[in-house]
Design a protein around this ligand. Structure first.
Ligand code: NAI
Ligand code: MG
Length: 361
């Protein structure tokens, strides 16, 4: 078997603490399933690199990363040294755009041992995936200001929806729904208020649905959908949304499932023309960085998503199962981190999960 080539970019703050824990669990899983991983770690996309070079990335970053099968990313951002818009636009957003990672995938699952802020919800009640369009839509740079500083001051920013861009993310979402047991896709829209682009989105959803007779489809206006996420999260399986709506839903969803520290995400180029990038939802957390108490589960779960993307669904499920087993032991039975009401460290929780990967049947 050939080795998968993975570029590892820890970044800043707790990124440098959770990535080693993530790699330990990933390597344990690879060993268990006989997979070979070739890992190269890079120091760019960090405040330390910026201090030395005055840029976030080397000039040849694209050639450097292009040869990898995937990028395993921690977190970037250290506002005391680099302004956030510089660090984010200078690194992560370059990767997403250059590598056409047009699907942003965020699983939302209530894990055993984790308290949901929603009363009475149990593991099993919340288990859905948000598929967000990641390259166009409302986040366009088309627009501008005219008559600045006068009474006629006018500001415009256009939403861009292309048939290629809409159809490809819809196909991804339908394919994903078709593979899951519930075979249910929800589309986020607002065609009652946004009367040109959103009816177009709905039209493309309807056109695509014809090719997926096995998938049950429904749609909600985004305002009602946000309310449903809180009131009836159990009703969702795969949710597809434009860039802005997906951005909002993909923070709301994980918020309903407890701590930010466990939420993973993937930025995917489904055609595999370019490497995809796997990163926890959280940032570099300067408030707890250096203390060794960051929750590594989001980073570890990213490893499971990466294995799935690399074509190893059984290994991916095994790793996620090990995470669930350890979380289910609770703060008395496992070294859970303080955000999970335990007193464990990042390294201890990482070791416990890697150990469970080796031991579980
Ligand atoms: P953050 O996600 O870093 O932290 C928010 C809060 O959640 C903090 O109180 C933090 O301690 C806590 N938290 C986050 N991850 C945790 C974990 N694994 N375990 C336990 N607690 C955890 O967001 P914030 O503070 O808004 O941003 C800090 C820096 O991170 C900024 O520079 C920001 O730009 C950057 N950032 C980077 C992201 C990325 O690399 N994709 C995403 C979000 C923020
Ligand atoms: Mg967001």
């Amino acid at each position: 078997m050939t080795a998968h080539r993975i570029a590892v970019i820890p970044g800043d703050g707790i990124g440098t603490e959770v990535v080693p824990a993530g790699l330990e669990a990933l390597q344990a899983t690879a060993d268990r399933f006989g997979l070979r991983l070739h890992l190269d770690t890079f120091g760019f996309a960090s405040a330390a690199y910026w201090q030395r070079h005055g840029t976030m990335l080397p000039a040849d970053w694209e050639q450097t990363l292009r040869g990898y099968d995937a990028i395993y990313f921690g977190a970037v951002g250290w506002p005391a040294v680099v302004p956030d818009h510089v660090s984010l636009w200078g690194s992560l957003l370059q990767f997403r755009r250059t590598f056409d990672q047009y699907v942003n995938l965020r699983p939302c699952r209530l894990m055993p041992g984790v308290r949901s802020p929603l009363a009475g919800r149990e593991p099993g009640d919340i288990d859905f995936v948000v598929v967000r369009e990641n390259t166009e839509g409302e986040y366009s740079s088309v627009g501008g200001r005219v008559f600045e500083g006068t009474d006629r001051e006018t500001v415009l920013q256009e939403t861009i929806m292309t048939r290629v861009g809409v159809d490809r993310v819809l196909r991804y979402a339908f394919d994903l729904a078709a593979r899951r047991p519930a075979r249910h896709l929800t589309s986020a829209t607002k065609s009652n208020g946004i009367s040109i682009s959103m009816p177009y989105w709905d039209e493309r959803v309807a056109a695509t649905a014809g090719r997926y007779p096995g998938v049950r489809l429904d749609k909600y206006h985004i305002d009602a959908l946000a309310a449903q996420f809180v009131l009836h999260p159990d009703r969702f399986d795969v949710v597809v949304a434009s860039n802005l709506f997906g951005d909002i839903l993909s923070d709301l969803g994980p918020a309903c499932t407890g701590t930010l520290g466990i939420a993973p995400s993937a930025n995917i180029n489904p055609e595999r023309d370019h490497p995809s990038l796997f990163e926890p939802v959280h940032g570099s957390a300067p408030d707890i960085a250096g203390k060794g108490i960051a929750n590594p589960v989001g980073q570890i779960w990213c490893g499971s998503m990466m294995l799935e993307h690399l074509g190893h669904p059984e290994a991916a499920a095994h790793l996620l199962g090990a995470v669930e087993d350890v979380l289910a032991l609770g703060p008395r039975g496992a070294p859970l981190t303080p955000d999970l009401h335990g007193t464990g460290t990042t390294a201890e929780l990482g070791h416990a999960i890697a150990e469970r990967v080796r031991e579980r049947p």
